[in-house]
Write a protein that binds this ligand. Structure first.
Ligand code: PMV
Length: 353
């Protein structure tokens, strides 16, 4: 069943006393990118996407809930130990969007304590891991209130709620390859929540390294919400959505066969297409920095000379994710530190979960 009403939770519970729940959620990197959604607040994507969840880059959230006393502020947010009122509008909007699915929320005040293992708003999907860890916390509360929740429902609804916070966050609920958005060749895929990739995957794709080069650790110049919105009257949008759907079909067979070169070329094409959309929207933006291009050219040269399996992908920011099989890690990582460190502010050694 894939309708919103599946997730409604009416107010039939006895309110528990105060409590604390904690969760951890990993960031993810999309291989086929989600860029463009229906023009309303329901976070329905205009094409399907697939990502790897990432080790080492995650958000930990502690949610303290207290039975509401009148005139209390409903939510306080602390990020790395400091109160962050600037995070409140997004979180309040999130609570508002999920309120009809989690009616118990209105009975509590909340204190959210959260930290990331990576810089927020820097092109590493911090909203994905933060919104998904918050959604998981909320579902932990729901589990305490409504003890009948099954694990499968718990994860589906966590993904469903996370989506309403930030689209790509719905993919962070699961490890491994995760699909979000309806695609005719992927059984169970749908627009409301993400699912673990359901088909055979060649062993080469089960142990992939992702070394992230932080080129720019300043907050992003273009918020993804704005970028998605600009796809609504983008002159190339229709072709882009078609292309993403075709790329997904190609990826299904690549993942089965284990062709790393095809895989790499496809993810680089996706990354550059995302940036092409960003560069040609109105108003237009440029998220890459000179060092993003320096890294890309250096990777292409290295690949040509050494016949190694290393390919890049990008989020809507300047940072570069370098994907390669674990079998080639020793040689490639040494080269990254010797030849690419010069272009980076920081290197994060992550891997695909
Ligand atoms: O989840 P949002 O609204 O921040 O959008 C994320 C979009 C990309 O990261 C650029 C691509 C993706 O699919 O993760």
């Amino acid at each position: 069943m894939k309708t919103n009403c599946f997730f409604y939770r009416k107010k039939k519970y006895s309110i528990n006393p105060n409590g604390v729940v904690t969760s951890k959620s990993h960031s993810n990197i999309a291989l086929i990118k989600y860029w463009g959604k229906h023009n309303n607040k329901t976070q329905i994507p205009l094409n399907s996407s697939i990502s790897y969840s990432l080790g080492e880059v995650y958000t930990v959230t502690r949610l303290i809930y207290q039975k509401k006393k009148e005139r209390n502020l409903p939510i306080k947010v602390f990020f790395s130990g400091k109160e962050k009122t600037s995070f409140l509008p997004k979180i309040l909007e999130f609570f508002h969007r999920i309120s009809s699915y989690c009616s118990y929320l209105q009975d509590f005040n909340f204190i959210i304590e959260t930290y990331n293992t990576f810089p927020h708003s820097s092109g590493i999907a911090s909203s994905a891991s933060s919104m998904s860890s918050l959604a998981l916390c909320i579902m932990e509360i729901e589990k305490k209130l409504v003890s009948s929740s099954k694990e499968d429902f718990f994860l589906k609804k966590s993904s469903f709620l996370a989506r309403l916070g930030s689209g790509s966050a719905c993919r962070s609920i699961y490890p491994g390859l995760v699909v979000w958005g309806c695609h005719k060749s992927i059984k169970g895929s749908n627009n409301l929540y993400a699912i673990p990739y359901p088909y055979e995957v060649h062993s080469i794709f089960t142990k992939i390294e992702d070394t992230i080069l932080i080129i720019d650790d300043e907050p992003k110049k273009i918020l993804s919400s704005k970028g998605h919105q600009l796809m609504n009257d983008h002159p190339f949008a229709r072709e882009r959505f078609k292309c993403a759907t075709q790329n997904m079909s190609r990826l299904i067979s690549i993942l089965k066969i284990g062709d790393f070169q095809e895989f790499g070329e496809l993810i680089e094409h996706e990354a550059l297409t995302l940036h092409a959309m960003i560069m040609t929207s109105r108003p237009y933006f440029l998220c890459m920095k000179p060092n993003t291009l320096n890294v890309i050219y250096t990777v292409w040269d290295f690949r040509k000379q050494n016949k190694k399996n290393i390919y890049f992908t990008l989020d809507a920011g300047a940072n570069v994710h370098l994907l390669y099989p674990i079998q080639e890690k020793t040689f490639i990582l040494k080269w990254i530190y010797s030849d690419l460190f010069v272009y980076s502010k920081k290197i994060i050694e992550s891997f695909c979960l």
